[in-house]
Write a protein that binds this ligand. Sequence first.
Ligand SMILES: [Zn+2]
Length: 236
Amino acid sequence: MEHVISALSGMGVDNALITLTGAECPILDGSASPYVQGIMEAGLDVQPAPRRYIKIMRQVLVRNNEASAALEPYNGRMLDLEIDFDSRVIGRQRMIFDWTPRKYCEDVSRARTFGFVRDAKILRQAGYALGSSLDNSITVHEDRILNPGGLRYEDEFVRHKLLDAIGDLALCGLPIYGRFRSYKGGHALNALVLHGLFASEANYEIVTAEELPLAFDALDDVPEGLEVRPYLRSVG
Ligand SMILES: [Zn+2]
């Protein structure tokens, strides 16, 4: 489900009703792109209430061996994510992402999930990842990518980790105003840093967009073709 939540959060949607008819969200092509395309087709309705944010007031840092995740005060919504895999096709990749819906759509949403053939065997024996295929994940075997079409971005791996982190962080209930940093992280550390955030009320403040520097506007920079319908007060 993190890909659906990532698409919503990445595109600036903070109020939506989702109906599921199965046990999990469809994996589709392994990225958030099909969900983003759906949002592009539907457009956005601006609502009368001001947008609220969780503003980070002091650093929250969590670690697991050499992996770490942090939330820090920052004027904007930034993610700085680094991965380091012992694989020649992935290796060390870093992405610094200053969020806007347009940049999410163009630079993040198309990045697909990925996995290693050696892990797929173990996962399948345990009953997981039964639907994974070359149509919905980048598959790495030793130092090769098995997908015939290759990669969508040269550094698609770190971009997908960023896509996941945007979905995970949205689970805190409001968009985060601040900087997220992650080194060799993943879903577990992302959840842990949110637990750390809520462990003390001194770590954050709930604010409205008007209270942020420059009256931060989440829909300042949207993809071309996305209709943003203003809120019109009904008359009479
Ligand atoms: Zn993912």
